[in-house]
Design a binder for this molecule. Structure first.
Ligand code: SF4
Length: 449
């Protein structure tokens, strides 16, 4: 027979267990869209009575918000989720995968990963609270052409910079890319909703906002295009800086460039994915533009915004990429002089248009081409940044510097990382910094009054 003390202990442990069941642990992989989606998921779960916990072993729900762009990213997530399942073997935790990888592999994941309880795709977050409140596993994978989550408030972390999703999905179907299949077609949020959200972001104390979309400059809602939205957004008091990512070169209009030039709050920084410098490969990739158009666009942007920093994405080893195509990519990167580049080896993805195109570039050759581009970009970025020596640059102080006690780190207007001696300035301030040392990735200096 149980003693009164035993019964009390049992009661307490039941309460503790019930409390643990309402805790959720969320880990995010991939791009900024996914980071923003995780803030949305947090909003949905908190509304449903769940609370975030920092340790997966303290959680009743463990959720990994995943990326499907490259096979390697998926393998990392699969390893991680298996480790989490094995660490929580004896508890009643429910473990799930959200996002692009969940949508890409669908129910197959539940069979392939024993112990995985649920999968939820990018359009399935709205009902997540109710699904988790019910017993058992589930697969919520329906893509919804109308889902924008316009009425759901994301829970943003502390910081100086906020992310705001203005459109979802993509209509372009580039041959290598899985995004249109896992995130569905383009849909934009109404401008009044976005302006309200921007005001709320400003009230929460954020100084900088990054407008997000898979093809962000394809934004269109009720006659408001991306250029008009940029102009409206820059009228919101309290928001000092605006950025956006990622625009598609073929969607970049003269109106967009004019708005960038006219609005002081729109920062001189543009991520313009190139993928390849060869017309032949661009055509095979179905990118919707050729090199002449891309280079003309670069000229137009630089003429309108002379201090702009340009970054790009490059894929090496797309099927059919010959030595001369690769040389063209290397030459164009030099010609444009990108401040920064995200460079990857081609990764064949199921369900994409390129899935059935025979690979012609060996892994060794892809690696060799990639490391050459990385080395070249390192030198290029180093030289571009060196020109900043002795100059003043405006920095938004984001956080304490990681490696130098008492210093701060932040981003300048061109989104370059600046580490600086703050001389009394604090996180959240916009300050002028005189650059005293540079490298390919970081600038260092002293704040000047
Ligand atoms: S524009 Fe192309 S690369 Fe970008 S998300 Fe759409 S399909 Fe993928």
């Amino acid at each position: 027979m149980q003693s009164a003390a035993d019964k009390q202990d049992a009661g307490l442990s039941t309460v503790a267990e019930a409390s643990r069941q309402r805790g959720f642990y969320l880990e995010t992989y991939g791009c900024q869209m996914n980071l923003a989606d995780s803030e949305l998921i947090q909003g949905v779960l908190e509304k449903a009575g769940y609370r975030p916990v920092a340790d997966p072993l303290d959680a009743g729900v463990v959720l990994l918000n995943t990326c499907a762009i490259r096979e390697h990213a998926e393998q990392r997530v699969a390893q991680r989720v298996r480790a989490l399942i094995s660490a929580s073997r004896n508890s009643r935790v429910r473990i799930g995968l959200a996002g692009c990888m969940a949508q890409h592999h669908r129910e197959k994941l539940l069979a392939a990963i024993p112990g995985l309880d649920f999968v939820v795709g990018p359009d399935g977050y709205r009902g997540l609270g109710e699904l988790l409140n019910a017993e058992g596993g589930f697969a919520q994978l329906r893509l919804d052409r109308d889902e924008t989550y316009a009425d759901i408030s994301p829970v943003r972390g502390e910081g100086t910079r906020a992310w705001l999703t203005i459109m979802r999905g993509c209509n372009r179907f580039c041959a290598f890319c899985v995004v249109p299949y896992v995130r569905g077609r383009e849909r934009s949020l109404p401008a009044p909703v976005l302006l309200n959200e921007l005001r709320s972001i400003a009230e929460q104390g954020y100084k900088e906002v990054v407008l997000l979309g898979q093809t962000v400059n394809a934004y269109e809602h009720d006659g408001v295009d991306f250029a008009a939205l940029l102009r409206m957004s820059s009228t919101v008091d309290g928001i000092e800086r605006l950025r956006f990512t990622s625009p598609h070169p073929a969607d970049m209009s003269a109106r967009d460039i004019e708005a960038m030039a006219d609005c002081d709050k729109v920062m001189p920084q543009l991520h313009l994915p190139l993928q390849s410098g060869s017309d032949r490969v661009l055509k095979a990739m179905d990118r919707g533009h050729d090199m002449e158009q891309y280079l003309r666009l670069v000229d137009q942007v630089r003429a309108a915004v002379p201090d702009i920093a340009l970054s790009t994405d490059i894929i090496v080893g797309f099927p059919g990429e010959g030595e001369s195509d690769f040389e063209a990519t290397s030459a164009v990167m030099d010609e444009v002089g990108f401040d920064h580049a995200y460079m990857f080896k081609y990764s064949r993805r199921e369900r994409t248009r390129a899935e059935n195109i025979e690979e012609t570039v060996s892994e060794e050759e892809k690696s060799a081409r990639l490391s050459r581009l990385i080395d070249e970009q390192q030198v290029r970025a180093g030289a571009i940044n060196e020109r900043m020596l002795g100059q003043l640059t405006q920095v938004l102080a984001d956080s304490p510097a990681k490696k130098q006690a008492g210093w701060l780190a932040g981003k300048n207007r061109q989104y370059k990382t600046v580490v600086f001696d703050p001389h009394g300035a604090t996180v959240g301030e916009l300050v002028d910094v005189k650059i005293e040392a540079t490298g390919p990735h970081t600038l260092r200096g002293q704040r000047v009054a």
